[in-house]
Design a protein around this ligand. Sequence first.
Ligand SMILES: Nc1ncnc2c1ncn2[C@@H]1O[C@H](COP(=O)(O)OP(=O)(O)O)[C@@H](O)[C@H]1O
Ligand SMILES: [Mg+2]
Length: 293
Amino acid sequence: MNTFAIEVAGLRKSFGNHVVLDGIDLSVKAGKVFALLGPNGAGKTTLINILSTLVVPDEGSVHVVGYDVVTDKEGVKRSISLTGQHAAVDEKLTPEENLRMMGRLSGLSASEARARATELLKFFDLLDAAHKRVKTFSGGMRRRLDLAISLVVARQVLFLDEPTTGLDTRSRRALWDIIQSLAAKGITIFLTTQYLEEADQLADDIAVIANGRVVAQGTAEELKSRIGGEVVEIRNANDEVIREVPIDGSVQELKLVLDMFADKVPEGARVNIRRPSMDDVFLDLTSSKKEVS
Ligand SMILES: Nc1ncnc2c1ncn2[C@@H]1O[C@H](COP(=O)(O)OP(=O)(O)O)[C@@H](O)[C@H]1O
Ligand SMILES: [Mg+2]
C-alpha cells in the first residue's frame, strides 16, 4: 500500500471571490491519525469536502489512497467513510434501524446488516439504547451513532469533521477512546478540530491552517519546539500561575527573569520552566502572518 493515504499539492478553492484555500500542501501517512487544526472559518470543512469528492477543487492535485478526487471519484468513495457535522441519521428511527438500513443500502444482506448493527451498537456502547428513538438521544450518544453509521462498511480512510464539537468533557473523552481504538485497527483517520488539546491527544501529525494556508505541520512535539525556547512560570504558594515569561532557553535570559522578579513575588512563590504549550504554538502561528516551515 501507498505510504501516504492522502496527498494534497497546490490546492486552491474559492467561493465567488472569497479565497478559502490558498495553496494547500499536505500529506497524511497511511494508518496514522492526522489532525487539521484551525479556527472557525479556516476552511477545514471545505478541505474535507474536497477530499471526499463532495466539492471540486479549483486548482491543484488531490489524491486519496492513490485515487484522484476529480478523475476517479468512485475510487475515492469506495475507500472512505465520512462523518460530517450533519450525518445522515433518521431521527424517527431507532439506532438499530438506522444501522440496519445503512447496511442494506451498502449492499449487505438482511442478516449481515443485522449482525453488523449489533456489533456496532456494542462497540459504541449503545446497546441499552438500541430500540429508543434517535430524537431522544443526548449529544454524545448522537455523535457516537453518527460515527457508527459511517463505519457500517469499514473503509481505509475515515474523515471526521469536528467530531467532538459541542460535547461535554465526558462524551469527548469517550469519543477519543473510540477514535484511538479505530486507529489501532489500522484505519487512517483525518479529523478536523478547533481544540488544541484534541489534536495533541489524538494525532500523530498535525497541520495548522490559517488564512487559507498550512502555517505549520508536524507532530505536537515538533510544533512546540518550532516556536523555540522555554516558558518560565512563577506560581504562588497556592500553585496558581502569577507570571509567564517566554525566554530563548539561555541561562542568561533565565537569570534576567529571576533578577527581575525575585523581590516582587509573594512569600512561598516557586518557579517552573516548561516547554511552550499547544496554546502558545497556536497563538503564535495564527496571530502573526509569518510562515513557519
Ligand atoms: N458553499 C459555499 N459557498 C460560499 N462560501 C462558502 C461555502 N462553503 C464554505 N464557504 C465559506 O468558506 C469559509 C470556510 O468555511 P469552512 O470550510 O466551513 O470552514 P471551517 O470548517 O474551518 O469552519 C467560510 O468563510 C465559509 O463561509
Ligand atoms: Mg467546519
